[in-house]
Design a protein. Structure first.
Length: 447
């Protein structure tokens, strides 16, 4: 037997805990258990002399102790391969237009967005492209409407949805279809929300940049007109029609507005329980670079933990329990694609307004296999720092696009590497004090 390479040992208020990043088990233990695990790591034949057999069984069951012949990295990559090679699901991000009615200074798509709307020819090509991916195992089609501002292309969304329904879903008996939209929310009135719902759209993501005094300085209409009041009014009208996620961009300048904004949306506007609100801490990642952003993952994680502690006082949250992932995003998945209004095909939506980053074009049914392979073959096992990392299962190398834009071409280390123990400590204190939501499905067990 041997210990998992993904074990973590730490103390909280003089109590000892162990966490496994692969299986995500979290246990409160006696110090003797940690001493035994460390002894096993050192090859001590008597490592188990001071702990009970029942504890050893628990450690084995939850992946803290594994068989000598098990290579966890191989298992992890096999699980990743099963996800990325799965062709039972087709996931498309479709931009009916890149045009936008906002002038956000930090937009990764830039200021010079084409006003082009997706043509009938391109929409027909989308249908042909979907058909080319369907196999006997295909049972689900996921669509995310993207932009620019996709509501500026609502006629295209309506027409393409009808084509999908008539030519893809019904003839091919694909029994699972879901659609969502990422919108700035300015045009998401009740009438539009009802229209979207009739088109199979069940969810929407809308972004706010804090309270009005900050938001309206950043997310304004072209010409500088404020947008906060209209967006929030739309949220109130639409939150009973669509499942709405509110992304709150947080940086060093507006961080203190996160909690007041949550309170405003929940209490003043009466939307408590009707929105999922989360902070997206703005960072300098090569696309978004301005003086208010966080300059490192360590800097980012430190403030994220502090913000979480402040938010808890008011019933808001920032940190969640570490999630198990086998691919950072959809990029390496076989049937994950991003389609621009002109038919250009991308593997990452961060490149949608960069023609030189396209990996093909569906109108011409041309595919650059070398460019596609650059995205699909990229993975954490290419880099020694990832292979040696104890939080690898929590990030799987992170964002490929960020790595491609870094000078050394290597992945940027996950925030979990710099703040996992502190974040777990906060979570443990919540759990033990009874302040954590009862729906949380991760239990701190004793061993």
């Amino acid at each position: 037997m041997k210990t998992s390479v993904f074990n973590h040992y730490f103390d909280v208020d003089q109590e000892s805990f162990i966490f496994n990043a692969y299986h995500r088990g979290l246990f409160k233990v006696e110090r003797e258990v940690i001493d035994a695990l460390k002894a096993l790591e050192c090859g001590d034949a008597g490592w188990d002399s001071n702990i009970e057999d029942s504890h050893i069984d628990t450690l084995k069951k939850n992946g803290f102790i594994i068989d000598d012949d098990l290579n966890e990295h191989t298992s992890l990559m096999q699980e990743r391969e099963s996800v990325t090679s799965d062709k039972s699901v087709i996931s498309l991000t479709i931009a009916p237009t890149i045009d936008c009615n906002f002038g956000c200074p930090y937009c990764f798509e830039g200021d010079d967005k084409p006003k082009l709307r997706m043509s009938e020819k391109t929409m027909r090509s989308v249908i042909s492209f979907i058909k080319s991916m369907i196999t006997e195992s295909t049972h689900r089609l996921n669509i995310t409407w993207f932009g620019g501002e996709p509501l500026l292309g609502l006629p295209q969304i309506e027409h393409l949805t009808d084509l999908i329904q008539q030519e893809i879903l019904i003839p091919n008996q694909i029994n699972q279809y879901s659609a969502g939209i990422i919108t700035n929310g300015y045009g998401l009135t009740q009438k539009i929300a009802l229209k979207l719902r009739s088109l199979g759209v069940v969810s929407a993501q809308v972004t706010l940049d804090g309270m009005p005094e900050h938001h309206d300085q950043r997310r304004f209409r072209k010409g500088g007109h404020p947008t906060f009041a209209q967006i929030v009014s739309n949220l109130k009208e639409s939150c009973d029609i669509l499942s709405i996620t509110v992304r709150v961009n947080v940086d060093k300048e507006n961080r203190n507005t996160y909690v007041p904004l949550v309170r405003k949306l929940n209490d003043e506007y009466g939307m408590k329980g009707k929105l999922y609100i989360y902070p997206a801490v703005m960072r300098d990642d090569g696309d978004v670079s301005w003086e208010q952003t966080y300059k490192s993952q360590k800097d980012y994680m430190r403030d994220k933990v502090d913000l979480h502690k402040e938010a808890l006082v008011h019933g808001a949250r920032v940190l969640n329990y570490p999630a198990a992932i086998r691919a950072f995003c959809g990029v390496p998945q076989a049937n994950f694609w991003v389609i621009a209004p002109n038919g250009d095909l991308h593997k990452c939506w961060d490149t949608i307004n960069e023609a030189d980053q396209a990996v093909g074009n569906i109108n011409r049914m041309e595919f650059n296999e070398q460019a596609i392979d650059k995205w699909v073959s990229w993975g954490p096992m290419m880099f020694s720092k990832c292979r040696e990392c104890k939080v690898l299962p929590l990030c799987m190398g992170g964002c490929a696009h960020v790595a491609f834009n870094r000078e050394n071409g290597e992945p940027e280390c996950s925030e979990w590497k710099f703040g996992l123990h502190e974040a777990l400590s906060v979570w443990i204190k919540e759990k033990l004090s009874g302040t954590l939501d009862e729906s949380a499905n991760h239990l701190i067990e004793s061993c």
